[in-house]
Design a protein around this ligand. Structure first.
Ligand code: NAG
Ligand code: NAG
Length: 367
């Protein structure tokens, strides 16, 4: 019994010593719609969009909570919780997220939920911790706004994969330039009546000219990546099918810095099917960085994430897992659990009778 008590004491002592903020130091809780809070949230949004290797850009919907801690030896740390919504811009699309429209409820909206820690030193924010997940709206809620709207379909559904491949064939046949390969199926919906499949997918240019490309396996992806984004509908008709496809080809991406060993390219251009996205998604080449935006030293999880085959959307949780992603001068201070254990006792004192003005305003709609 005695040793147990001693152990408890030791544990508490340890807790005190490893606490990121000295006892007595308390956080402040600015308004969730404070310009400074919003600035922190927008840095977090940029971070998501620059490091999410697949799927769609997310935009800020609501700031749920913010706490600001004094940081040793200087600066402040913003602990912030935000809600995001999927936009219609793919992460490879260079359009700034502010100009991207939000995916509407009737299109089957996807919302994200993120915890961030951002260091603010000399007026500049940097991301120290990012943990997110995202999920499509419930079928029930989609039905409430629109009874017949098709729901998101699994990306490995045979009809979805077929529609994307058929649409790419049509696009390549109409295109006198480079031959494109399927990169990633991004979202899909199956319409029961009249039977049709709607699919959005990304493509990547190869060194083959479309007309000459007989065997896709003989084409190599371009060193200067040229991505495109396509929307297609495949209508099943009596005696055949009808495909309508439109693609936007983005400006070329800079070549990847490290040279590929001889023959390495041959393994790359295996036609991608939604079922095999991890091997083919441009993990090493996140979306284009808008000029002038901060560049983060980002360390992704060592192993490429394994995505569920039957996913209907790309979950933020596979990339933003809560790893400390920035070598910070006070890295050990950035453990949210430790912080929380310190927060609890001082909450009563800090909050008082005034309810902090959080969560902030909803920018688009609640999912
Ligand atoms: C491809 O070439 C054909 C015939 O030369 C032309 O009619 C068509 O407009 C061209 N398509 C594109 C996308 O350039
Ligand atoms: C899609 O993935 C799920 C889960 O791995 C699997 O059970 C299902 O058979 C796959 N569907 C197709 C059409 O490949």
């Amino acid at each position: 019994m005695k040793s147990l008590v001693l152990l408890l004491c030791l544990a508490r002592l340890w807790g005190c010593h490893s606490a990121p903020h000295g006892p007595g130091l308390i956080y402040r809780q600015p308004n969730c719609d404070d310009p400074e809070t919003e600035e922190a949230a927008l840095v977090a949004i940029d971070y998501i969009n620059q490091n999410f290797p697949w799927g769609y850009k997310h935009t800020l919907n609501q700031i749920d909570e913010v706490k600001v801690w004094p940081q040793q030896p200087f600066g402040e740390m913003f602990e912030i919780e935000i809600d995001t919504l999927e936009t219609t811009c793919h992460v490879l699309d260079p359009t700034p997220v502010a100009q991207c429209s939000v995916r509407q409820l009737k299109e089957h909206a996807v919302e994200g939920d993120c915890d961030f820690q951002l260091l603010k030193v000399n007026g500049k924010f940097s991301v120290a911790y990012a943990k997110c997940d995202s999920s499509p709206d419930s079928a029930e809620d989609v039905r409430k706004v629109c009874r017949d709207c098709p729901l998101l379909a699994p990306l490995n559904d045979t009809r979805v994969v077929h529609a994307a491949e058929a649409a790419l064939t049509v696009f390549n046949a109409q295109n006198n330039g480079s031959n494109f390969q399927l990169e990633e199926i991004s979202r899909a919906q199956l319409v029961p009546l009249p039977p049709s499949t709607y699919v959005e997918f990304t493509i990547s240019g190869t060194d083959c000219v479309a007309k000459e490309a007989t065997e896709a396996a003989n084409c190599n992806l371009l060193a200067k990546k040229q991505y495109g984004f396509c929307k297609a509908t495949l209508n099943e008709k009596l005696g055949g099918e009808e495909v309508a496809v439109t693609c936007t080809v983005f400006q070329t991406q800079p070549a990847t810095p490290q040279p590929q060993p001889e023959g390495a390219n041959e393994a790359v251009p295996t036609p991608v099917v939604g079922a095999d996205a991890p091997a083919s998604s441009p993990v090493g080449a996140p979306g284009p960085l808008p000029s002038g935006s901060p560049v983060y030293t980002h360390v992704l999880a060592a192993a490429p994430p394994v995505l569920p085959l039957h996913r209907a959307h790309y979950d933020l949780r596979h990339i933003f897992m809560g790893v400390v992603s920035l070598g910070s001068p006070s890295g050990e201070a950035l453990h949210p659990r430790k912080i929380r254990s310190v927060v609890q006792p001082s909450v009563g004192a800090a909050a008082g009778p005034v309810v902090p003005p959080c969560p902030g305003r909803v920018r688009h709609f609640k999912v």
